[in-house]
Design a protein around this ligand. Sequence first.
Ligand code: CTP
Length: 397
Amino acid sequence: MLAGKKILLVIAGGIAAFKSLDLIRRLREQGAEVTSVLTAAAEEFVTPLTVSVLTGNKVYRELFDLTDEREMGHIELSRAADLLVVAPATANLIGKMAGGLADDLASTLLMATDKPVLIAPAMNVRMWLHPATQRNVAQLRADGVHFSGPAEGEMACGEYGPGRMSEAHEIAEAVSEALADGPLKGKHIVITSGPTHEPIDPVRYIANRSSGAQGTALARSLMGLGASVTFVTGPATVPPPQGAKVVQVETAAQMHEAVFKALPADAAIFAAAVADWRVVAASGSKIKKDGTGKIAPLNFTENPDILAEVSSAPQRPGLVIGFAAETDDLLKHAEAKLARKGCDWIIANDVSPETGIMGGSENAVTILTAAGADALPRMSKDQVAQQLAARIAEALT
Ligand code: CTP
């Protein structure tokens, strides 16, 4: 979350400038205050009025605009922000930054700032690969500038290759990472969340009622303490957390692969309601009624136990946490799971229908560790997330 953070967004002249409008929306949704500076060339691609409406702030345009200079000079403008973001960062502006040139408002405040800078390069593939650009990029990396992208793909000019600006959500993630602060700064945490869908045929699947709410809330709380989060999620009903690296999967097998790919991590938290079984050979075409009034029995096989495998893997994170959603004998089953899975903590909750917990907004959890059980009172899933995040921070620091 970026609540209260001030971001100065420099928009340089490139066709990718249209993506910066979406970036403004995403940053503001997370609570950031955005002020924008447009280079003269940027105004060929987006209008100052649009940017001003979207940021809800004045747009700064010319270095020698005396009114602006009196109101807020370039030094002050560059220092009032917590982070400077340049998106799109053109080859020209990257060159100026690397060379220390200051001949317009954007380049001047990038020289004058004492705050971290994040750039999202956007240019033609040849320009990106040009030795001059690569030299400048190496210089900026050495200067501690953060980068988002560029990505590889088709370009507005019709060519293909690296140079495409990152998508708005990727830049928003990089902003969160660059600004992350708190006891978990520098820690990488992998979280699984949501249900998995196990296909029967191309149109049918086996699922469960998990909404992904608790895993999402936990990701947000951990990022709020400075963690960088890889969020591996099945098809959940709540939207994934902004600012996390989100990996969307459908089946348990895909979740298994994504989790191992995301390692190493300082902690791994398994909040997903993973389907225990999958259909052995899902049909490639839709299963039709055959007139007998019966369906041929489905054969099932067990899915990999991701939590148990990570707990015993050579790349095991220092802290591994599982969840136990039970309808009977909560503590007995949860204790058995703690031992069987080889994890450090089990977060146990009663998901009997009368509790309204599965798919609801509240939760009542008991934290089981080798030291014993600690039952928290019933509270919102956001509050549970905050309590758990605080304990995780304590354990990791
Ligand atoms: N889990 C997992 N991979 C699986 C099954 C479960 O990573 N294939 C994780 C869940 O994310 C959760 C924990 O293991 O953190 C316990 O999941 P749960 O479904 O409650 O336990 P199971 O091992 O499936 O046991 P059972 O179905 O018998 O209750």
